[in-house]
Ligand binder design. Structure first.
Ligand code: AMP
Ligand code: MN
Ligand code: MN
Length: 325
């Protein structure tokens, strides 16, 4: 039995009572965002509903094996011809994370907000927030069970993808007994676990490896060795031939250095904007640091978009992290 039965009941009503949905996830979608979008699409199909799946930013190329991932429209390069009254948002901690997709919300739009970030501010009209879930797909797995649906192999593969990527390969503290039980059941559906691990966690493209090399060449550290960071700018991206998804995982390198408490990645978006990724070894709550600048995330993995040039942003973030050490 779900402890948040009321929220599941309201989510069920939202899906059943309405039609013609817009399914959205966050900008620059990761494995959980893409998979959650597809699982919601599958749930809506099972219910005989119409829907469109969108987000701002491309689907990572290595996730193109996910069934219907080609149907998720990238609103950074395309537009919709109408607005939607019923919106289902997945894996978004706050409204801003939805990005351009929110341009297509009707003025009187009703939003069902399904998410697992502890920093989620409950921006939906209905909110299904489970901070103990390792990934948004874990909540959607529960919702599918709640609705009495039997998973297809493709849906099982999507759920496994979200679990695998958001737990860093079933390694992070979020990997609960429940996650392992769900993953075990998904394998019974025929999901190819080793193949997905190889594809999503181990395989690197050459541009990705070149980008990592450039990033590590510039690795910096505070004198006490507790904060370490890398900066990636446009030139790094251009010279290595890398694309946005190649940034995934780089922030773990500074964090993994022995003695480091917080690892940071500063990605220069343009002269005015820097995306900051934060990873903690345990002592510092980086979600709180990110939130203090308007971002969010999890205790050990968080992020924020900051205004200002990169030198200034680095100083601001390091000062804030230091104050929490
Ligand atoms: P990333 O560093 O992009 O891998 O993100 C780490 C975690 O922080 C993920 O759970 C993200 O959903 C969250 N996060 C990243 N950027 C933001 C942001 N600008 N606002 C809120 N949460 C974020
Ligand atoms: Mn995500
Ligand atoms: Mn997630």
């Amino acid at each position: 039995m779900q402890t948040n039965e009321q929220e599941f009941r309201q989510a069920e009503q939202f899906l059943k009572d309405h039609d013609d949905f817009l399914v959205v996830s966050h900008v620059q979608p990761d494995g959980d965002a893409v998979s959650s979008t597809l699982v919601v699409g599958w749930l809506l199909s099972c219910l005989g509903k119409n829907y469109v799946m969108v987000n701002e930013g491309p689907i990572p190329q290595r996730m193109s094996y996910l069934l219907h991932s080609d149907r998720i429209m990238d609103l950074s390069v395309t537009t919709l011809d109408k607005s939607y009254k019923y919106v289902i948002s997945v894996d978004c901690a706050d409204f801003r994370r939805i990005g351009k997709s929110s341009d297509y919300f009707a003025a009187d739009a009703r939003i069902l907000n399904i998410d697992h970030h502890p920093t989620n501010d409950g921006f939906g009209n209905e909110n299904l927030i489970v901070p103990t879930a390792a990934a948004t797909v874990e909540i959607l797995y529960d919702l599918a069970k709640w609705l009495g649906f039997t998973l297809s192999k493709d849906t099982a593969t999507a759920i496994y993808t979200g679990l695998l990527t958001d737990t860093g390969g079933f390694r992070y503290a979020s990997t609960s007994p429940k996650v392992m039980a769900v993953a075990s059941e998904l394998l019974e559906y025929g999901v190819n676990g080793p193949e997905l691990s190889q594809l999503l966690l181990e395989q690197m493209t050459l541009p990705q490896l070149r980008l990592l090399t450039r990033a590590l060449n510039g690795l910096q550290m505070t004198d006490d060795g507790k904060i370490s960071w890398v900066i990636i700018n446009d030139e790094d991206m251009r010279k290595s031939g890398a694309i946005h998804e190649d940034l995934e995982g780089i922030v773990n390198y500074p964090r993994n250095i022995q003695g480091v408490e917080v690892g940071l990645l500063f990605k220069v978006i343009d002269e005015e904007t820097v995306k900051v990724s934060m990873r903690s070894a345990g002592t510092v709550d980086v979600a709180a640091v990110a939130q203090s600048f308007g971002g969010g995330g999890h205790v050990l993995a968080a992020g924020v978009r900051m205004q200002g040039n990169v030198e200034h942003v680095v100083v601001q973030i390091i000062e804030r992290v230091k104050s929490r050490l």
